[in-house]
Design a protein around this ligand. Structure first.
Ligand code: CA2
Length: 153
């Protein structure tokens, strides 16, 4: 069977990773996160595509584009987690298994970060483990993608 295809989406401001607020988000840069995802992807036999956007509409379109080009999605929607019905509807619309990840533990921060619109349409949420949230998310997404491929064949 060919490689499962995973789309990893980084939402707004995550391009600043490692350059600001290291006490909250750590000192690893987005490039380093993507590199670790690529290494793990090779280990898992998964094709990993990564994308960062500060634009809600661009994220919505990337999710639409995943239909037919990816088997599962890993998404850190950034602050859109707490505001975006559009991103939630896009995920529901494409019906691809989606894993929500966050670097920080959103449940241990300001009350406005505790609610996620995406959680309601994601298979699950992993938060609070820094870069490991993404790596764990990729492992789960690769399994979900393989299951989905198996069910379709
Ligand atoms: O913990 C996470 O991964 C978040 O999705 C990060 C978002 C925040 O709005 C969510 O509530 C939780 C913020 C991303 C901003 O990232 C920065 C990184 C370095 C410096 C400044 C911002």
């Amino acid at each position: 069977m060919s490689h499962v295809r995973i789309l990893v989406i980084h939402g707004p401001n995550l391009n600043l990773l490692g350059r600001r607020q290291p006490e909250v988000y750590g000192s690893v840069t987005l490039e380093q996160v993507n590199e670790q995802l690529a290494i793990l992807g090779r280990e898992l036999g998964a094709e990993v595509r990564t994308l960062q956007s500060n634009w809600e509409g661009e994220i919505v379109e990337a999710i639409h584009g995943a239909r037919g080009t990816a088997d599962a999605i890993v998404i850190n929607p950034g602050a859109y987690t707490h505001t975006s019905i559009a991103i939630r509807d896009a995920i529901q619309g494409v019906a691809l298994p989606t894993v929500e990840v966050h670097l920080s533990n959103i449940h241990a921060r300001e009350p406005f970060r505790r609610h996620s619109y995406v959680a309601e349409v994601a298979v699950g949420q992993i938060c609070g483990f820094g870069v490991h949230s993404y790596l764990l998310g990729l492992r789960v997404a690769a399994d979900l993608a393989a299951e989905r491929r198996g069910a379709a064949s």
